[in-house]
Design a protein around this ligand. Structure first.
Ligand SMILES: [Zn+2]
Length: 317
């Protein structure tokens, strides 16, 4: 027994019925669907067969068209077709819905819906929390720009992802391409913590970054100076906590080569140094490290930017 869809797809004046694969009947207006899709326009424009000469199913005097989409997909899809005064565009924050709506949009040549799905995959909130799922959907749908954007957002997360529901949407080669891209980005940022020329170029001389040099410049600093030259600037050994930060960051960036990783590590260091109660560092660490971190985060994002172009391997056809 078929059930009737909810408003606005239950209108008494509707002129056609679309029945979903799971048996829900949507009473809709041909005009709205014809305006949204050339395929519907053709379908509804076909000449009517003379009475009795057709096996067209009828109900309440209206033609019933069987659709292959389920009611959830059909509901979202029809809301996009209807004028916004009658039905608001559905929210596409749920990634599970996106792929079926995209498939329907392509089947019925609904360019507008395809564009909206692309916008949903570019939603920063979804990209930040679920980049690998966006990547799999975009790659599967051959959306080049969205695939690259999602891949870039995976850099905020560890190289090897946890299991995710859409893993079956991509091939092993595509996953390998993503992992290779991620690893190459990790390699691309390593020089930033190995060779500090970018930093000495930025500060020009020691006076501009005394806070980094700890007790060497400030007798009230009780944090100590490192004894090796790994993170020295102009041959001067730096304050201990900063060298520790750089060492840890270097390892973190290999796994998560993103400006976001720099900001997170910086916040932790700021908390740590503040709690040390050093007369020289604790009060100034936030301002100094925030400026430093903004600069380094920018350098990291600049270093990974050229790697992106190597990513996309599956062409749309
Ligand atoms: Zn100090």
């Amino acid at each position: 027994m078929a059930t009737c869809a909810s408003a606005p797809f239950d209108h008494a004046q509707a002129d056609v019925i679309l029945r979903s694969a799971d048996g829900v009947e949507f009473r809709v207006f041909k005009l709205f669907l014809s305006l949204a899709s050339p395929l519907f326009e053709t379908l509804f424009g076909l000449p009517q067969a003379p009475d009795g000469a057709t096996d067209q199913e009828m109900k309440d005097g209206l033609a019933v068209i069987a659709m292959s989409e389920d009611s959830k997909t059909l509901d979202s899809f029809l809301r996009f077709c209807y004028p916004s005064t009658l039905a608001e565009d559905p929210s596409l924050e749920n990634l599970e819905d996106i792929l079926s709506i995209l498939a329907a949009a392509r089947k019925y040549s609904l360019d507008l819906i395809e564009r909206k799905v692309c916008q949903a995959l570019a939603n920063p909130k979804v990209l930040e929390t679920e980049p690998i799922r966006c990547f799999a959907i975009a790659q599967n749908a051959r959306l080049k720009h969205e695939t690259i954007t999602a891949a870039r957002h995976t850099l905020r997360h560890p190289l090897v992802p946890a299991q995710f529901p859409e893993i079956g949407l991509i091939t092993a080669s595509e996953l390998l391409a993503l992992l290779t891209y991620h690893k190459n980005c990790g390699i691309a940022v390593q020089p930033l913590t190995k060779d500090l020329k970018w930093l000495t170029d930025h500060y020009v001389n020691q006076n501009a970054c005394r806070w980094l040099l700890g007790p060497y410049y400030n007798g009230t600093c009780s944090c100590g100076q490192v004894t090796d030259n790994k993170f020295s600037l102009w041959g001067i050994q730096t304050v201990t906590w900063w060298a520790t930060y750089m060492q840890e960051l270097s390892e973190l960036l290999m796994d998560r080569p993103s400006g976001d990783t720099v900001r997170t590590a910086t916040d932790k260091t700021i908390q740590k140094v503040r709690s040390k109660n050093c007369g020289a560092c604790s009060s100034s660490v936030k301002a100094n490290m925030t400026e430093f971190s903004d600069l380094l985060a920018l350098k990291v994002d600049e270093a990974v930017a050229p790697v992106c172009t190597l990513l996309y391997i599956r062409e749309r056809f």
